[in-house]
Design a protein around this ligand. Structure first.
Ligand SMILES: [Zn+2]
Length: 261
């Protein structure tokens, strides 16, 4: 019997290339982390010392890769990336580890074995929206990527420096692709580094759209059924990866030696 095509197939979205060679897959994830930092920087999401992207290691899944603390998102290089284990020990790389990055991301990776990439930064819109203590409303097509797929962490206990805070954030994230950290910002995850990066950027922009709409009037949300249908078209991991692969083309053209163009 002929199978009904998925929305991704109907939309012509290609499959994400994956490698069975663990070394090649590790390198691919590290380059995706670097690309993610470049994308955050391009979108103005590099603010001071805040923000971190992590990628789970394919061979040692209880370890992950991230940029050294204090390295600018536009400058970090693959050989500097820190390889960190679940105790916070730096296995390789150059530079110090951001304690908050470790505390939050290690607990998220631990709680969600399906997660390969995780992203958190201090985007202006995410910060403003997080102070409202509310979920994103499906008022636009793009916001539907988060419909029934994000949560709120209602507490704020100060800068996340103890592991218990990381555990609470991971618990609040649950099985979702994103969590709004009240009075702080947002955090996104994906089954690829690429999708996690795109969800972060897309959520920031959806928050901006909702803040603008609420400032201007009383936005009308899509009906639940339509929002759920739209989620299937714009909220899948495949779409997240594909959106990243589109943005990275521009950055790759400027750094071809790094991104292999
Ligand atoms: Zn933060």
């Amino acid at each position: 019997m002929e199978q009904t095509p998925t929305i991704a197939e109907l939309a012509g979205i290609p499959d994400r290339p994956e490698s069975q060679d663990l070394g090649a897959e590790r390198q691919r994830r590290k380059i995706a982390v670097i690309g993610g930092y470049r994308i955050l920087s391009r979108f103005g999401l590099d603010e001071g010392i805040s923000g971190h992207i992590t990628a789970r290691d394919p061979e040692r899944p209880h370890t992950f890769w991230t940029a050294p603390f204090g390295r600018h998102f536009s400058k970090v290089q693959p050989d500097e990336l820190l390889h960190v284990d679940s105790d916070g020990t730096i296995l390789s790389g150059r530079g110090p580890l951001n304690r908050a990055a470790f505390v939050i991301h290690s607990k998220v990776h631990e709680a969600r074995p399906d997660v390969i990439g995780a992203v958190h930064a201090h985007g202006l819109q995410g910060k403003a929206f997080s102070s409202l203590h509310r979920l994103l409303s499906p008022i636009t097509q793009d916001a539907c990527a988060f419909y029934d797929d994000h949560s709120i962490y209602e507490e704020y206990h100060g800068v996340a420096l103890d592991e218990e805070e990381g555990r609470r954030i991971a618990q609040a994230l649950g099985a979702n692709k994103a969590v709004i950290l009240t009075n702080h910002g947002h955090l996104t995850v994906g089954t690829s580094v690429e999708s996690a990066v795109w969800w972060y950027v897309s959520m920031e922009r959806s928050m901006q759209a909702e803040l603008a709409a609420r400032a201007a009037g009383d936005p009308i949300a899509l009906h639940d059924k339509i929002a759920a249908q739209t989620y299937e078209a714009v909220g899948t991991e495949k779409v997240g990866w594909f959106a990243y692969s589109t943005i990275i083309q521009k950055i790759a053209a400027e750094e071809p030696e790094l991104f292999g163009v």
